[in-house]
Ligand binder design. Sequence first.
Ligand code: NAD
Length: 479
Amino acid sequence: MKIQNYINGQYLPPVADEWIDNYCPANGEVYGQIPNSSTEDVENAYSAAKSAFPSWSQTTLEERSRILIKISELLEANLQRFAEAESKDNGKPISLAKAVDIPRAASNFRFFGNAITQFGSESHESVGQNAINYTLRQPIGVVGCISPWNLPLYLFTWKIAPAIAAGNCVVAKPSEVTPMTAYLLGEICTEAGLPNGVLNIVHGLGTTAGQAIVEHPDIKAISFTGGTATGAHIAKVAAPMFKKLSLELGGKNPNIIFADCDYNDMLGTTVRSSFANQGQICLCGSRIFVEASIYEKFKLDFVARVKALKVGHPSKAETNIGALVSKAHLEKVLNYIEIAKSEHGNILCGGNKLIIKDYKNGYYLEPTVIEVASNDCRVNQEEIFGPVVTIMPFETEDEVLKMANAVKYGLSATLWTNDLKRTMRMSNQLQAGIVWVNTWMMRDLRTPFGGIKASGVGREGGFEALRFFTEAKNVCIKY
Ligand code: NAD
């Protein structure tokens, strides 16, 4: 199957008629092709967006809201179809796509459809000077949204929904590794009555199509989620043009477990926070630190639970862990397991590529737990982004806090304890944009989402996203 770009409400092939193979991670086979779009395709998408902007930016909030909520309803009505497509394209268990990815994509549209009706701006009375200031929050114009492969529709819509809710028109590019649900989204937007040109979806490589979006002089803001190195490159290109930038990048998140936690809750959630989506979530707790007094017990229980996880074809109901997203990514993760061995890491379970009957070319890997002796090793410092976690003991709160913060990243941190004062102390001092205490991945879409240090710049979520996708203009009136 050949998927196409969605420009000005039409499905179109790439101008140069060049295509890229699309692989199914579950069996390693090519199952379709996607446009290898060029600067010309991006230019066409930009022109459509530019033409749609005057009208869309003046469309009432009620009408924008109605359309966004309609998109959300149509996604829900097409849950099975979208979940199947996401699972086939990405390798994630269909159960996960059905329970998380697609419902969350629908929530993104519903949430921002509602949020825009509640979004206000400020006024400031200049007392004693007979003047009043009010702030306008105006849409930026044409904005670019670029997303990664791990949560394809979920993260794509997390950007698009606030951008269009705020009155912008969008040129968006999903990851070339997982383009399918973004392709299907075009259909739904048309059906929901989104005017032509408000959302344009261009498929292709980051270095060509993505780069063309970032380099475009009239695409005034870039919202990007992906790797830290790509984020740094995008910042370099966009900064001299003074584009607004939101960068959501990599992580190497600590999961800190104290002996006084609710052990069973912690254990179940830690299995999930380590291996959900094959460990390919930027928020996964990939460095597990356990208080020494319960370390041996934890090690035994955790490894037993991990060994019981079922790795299998993503479409099977009993599968806990599906396929990794690509051959190249599987090789990268396997290489980190070799690095761990060379650094004297102790592989407690997993560590091997799995050959699954009937799908022998699929990208399967055993969930892997590595015991490390120090936080300084490469597997504790570099983002692996696969079903691989490390564990190590700690003695004191100070020691674990230092280790938790001693990485270049600062996306999220998880803390397991029932000690209130310790919770407050550590939440204050952990270098992360998001701290979860006694839970993981619990999301309220109104809250700020994003990281510090090499995990990015800016925050998504709630009114933060609507602020990003608008320009503030102060008007001062003297009376
Ligand atoms: P990536 O950086 O390789 O690609 C992300 C997107 O950027 C893709 O659409 C790609 O085509 C595009 N791209 C690549 N080069 C580009 C360029 N020069 N100009 C413009 N666009 C370009 O990342 P990935 O491998 O798809 O995703 C995995 C990474 O994403 C991990 O590092 C992960 O931590 C990160 N991530 C972060 C968050 C977060 O919210 N912080 C969420 C999910 C994933």
